[in-house]
Design a protein around this ligand. Structure first.
Ligand code: NAD
Length: 479
């Protein structure tokens, strides 16, 4: 069994213990043993990043472009192999794993360009004989903490902008999916990232994660994960004055109006609620359907779900892979029970499934006859489960869509330009989709939400610069 080590100051070092990386499609398949760091190894990685910062902050945009471009090229060249590893450790299907890998490559390419575009401004002063310049500088050492559901894309959209703008990085992948994080670290190392500029520290949230969050040597934290962890991290960072960005949960609505194209609506609902096993922060978990199309829509969704193949993530033809682990599967089943107890009808699926290999398989579930107050419509489940709420008209559907503490993505299916335009303006979410699934976004534009879903500035696209740089205003006497 291969052991995979942490990368600290350019050296691969063993952790104080190891954790097996288990394939959720086949629990007898152990991918490898991954290092678990303790507090002192975390501190060593932070110190390495601190030491490397002065030189890296003065590196040329060309050096940073070359590194990120090379990393993007290698990921792209190895997309099938890395996509396979991703599917093997996370459980999304092979095409989804390869797709996510290509996305990660494109993110590195995009931020290679951003390293060149980090320009400043020269502004006329209000005073005579004074020149004013406004420019951006890196923050210093950034701690990057990732969740398990996008094992390569989320690390990429944190690491690439952090390095592009001259920061040094300590990266902690999620415990369940260290394989893609380790592969990224290996690629960065072999592409010549200078010692200490990028450090990989695998380990637990309690030890490594909180070590990063609470270290006075870490200038900023970018976190993606659950609301509970995110809120703790925001409070800890605020307490010591560190910059923080947190992308957290969602309870994303998809509104289907009477005038919707039924095929488009069913496809949007099934794609965004169930693909990637529903384990996407942008998944539509609440489907709000107006009265006249309700029954036809529910029948058509059930028909589509009946034809899906739920099986091993690497098997050709699988539409939906397993749930990520036993804990997540138990949580999904618990929520189906709660929905039933609160008066919902399990109109399709929900039950655990046996397949050829022992894994965490579950039939996608559609729950109907639900009301907005039920827990299934208020709390994030993060599995292949969607509930249907019937609304009388557009106004009521919009109200229900916005009646949530979350605000990541929000979608509508309609042929009415009036309603689509109104919805784009009034949906309380960071991302709005019209006649498209709520999950599945571009890599070159801002990503993030409002309300309880997000805190701090947006990730991705040119907006990433807001987080990974600070602004300096310089005044010079013209002489
Ligand atoms: P999680 O909060 O359990 O863990 C996320 C990361 O935080 C992991 O690396 C974990 O080890 C670390 N962590 C845990 N405790 C910590 C602590 N005390 N201090 C510092 N770090 C700590 O989340 P998860 O289960 O890995 O991911 C699923 C969640 O992520 C869902 O809620 C989902 O909606 C959310 N998510 C959000 C987005 C988004 O962009 N909004 C994207 C993907 C996933």
């Amino acid at each position: 069994m291969t052991s995979f080590h942490n990368l600290v100051h350019g050296e691969w070092i063993a952790g104080t213990s190891e954790l097996p990386n288990i394939n959720p499609s086949d629990t007898s398949d152990v991918i490898g043993l991954y290092a678990q760091a303790d507090a002192s190894q975390t501190e060593a990685a932070i110190a390495a990043a601190r030491t490397a910062f002065p030189a890296w902050s003065r590196s040329t945009p060309q050096q940073r472009f070359d590194l990120l471009d090379a990393v993007g090229s290698e990921i792209l060249a190895r997309k099938d192999e890395i996509g396979r590893l991703l599917s093997r450790e996370e459980g999304k299907t092979l095409p989804e794993g390869i797709g996510e890998t290509v996305r990660a490559a494109m993110i590195f390419k995009f931020f290679a360009g951003e390293a060149l575009r980090c320009g400043g401004e020269v502004v006329p002063s209000v005073r005579p004989g004074v020149g004013v310049e406004v420019f951006r500088q890196p923050l210093g050492v950034v701690g990057l903490i990732a969740p398990w559901n996008f094992p390569i894309a989320i690390p990429a959209w944190k690491i690439a902008p952090a390095l592009a703008f001259g920061n040094c990085v300590v990266f902690k992948p999620a415990e369940l999916v260290p394989g893609c994080g380790w592969t990224l670290a290996d690629i960065l190392h072999r592409c010549g990232v200078p010692k200490g500029v990028f450090n990989l520290v695998m380990g637990s949230g309690q030890v490594v994660g909180s070590g990063l969050v609470n270290s006075p040597q870490v200038d900023a934290i970018s976190f993606t994960g659950s609301v509970a962890t995110g809120r703790r991290i925001i409070a800890a960072c605020a307490g010591r004055g560190a910059k923080v960005q947190a992308e957290m949960g969602g309870k994303n609505p998809l509104v289907v109006l009477d005038d919707a194209d039924l095929g488009i609506a069913v496809n949007a609902a099934v794609q965004s609620a169930y693909f990637s096993t529903g384990q996407r922060c942008t998944a539509s978990s609440r489907i709000i359907v107006t009265e006249k199309i309700h029954d036809r829509f529910v029948t058509a969704v059930i028909d589509k779900l009946s034809g899906l193949k739920i099986d091993h993530a690497l098997k050709a033809g699988t539409d939906i892979g397993p749930v990520v682990d036993q804990h997540q599967l138990a949580g999904n089943l618990k929520y189906i029970g709660i929905a039933r107890a609160e008066g919902g009808t399990v109109a399709f699926g929900g039950e655990p499934l046996q397949r050829e290999k022992q894994g965490f398989y579950q039939m996608p579930a559609l729950i109907t006859e639900t009301t907005p107050a039920m827990r299934i419509n208020r709390e994030e489940v993060f599995g292949p489960i969607a509930s249907v709420v019937c609304a009388k008209d557009y106004d009521e559907a919009l109200f229900i869509a916005n009646d949530t503490e979350f605000g990541l993505a929000s979608g509508i299916c309609t042929t009415s330009l009036k309603h689509a335009t109104h919805f784009k303006q009034h949906a309380e979410a960071g991302m709005v989709m019209v006649n498209l699934p709520t999950a599945g976004v571009d890599y070159h534009v801002p990503f993030g939400g409002r309300k309880g879903s997000s805190y701090g500035s947006r990730e991705q696209g040119t907006y990433a610069r807001e987080f990974y740089t600070t602004v300096k205003t310089a005044y010079t006497a013209a002489g």
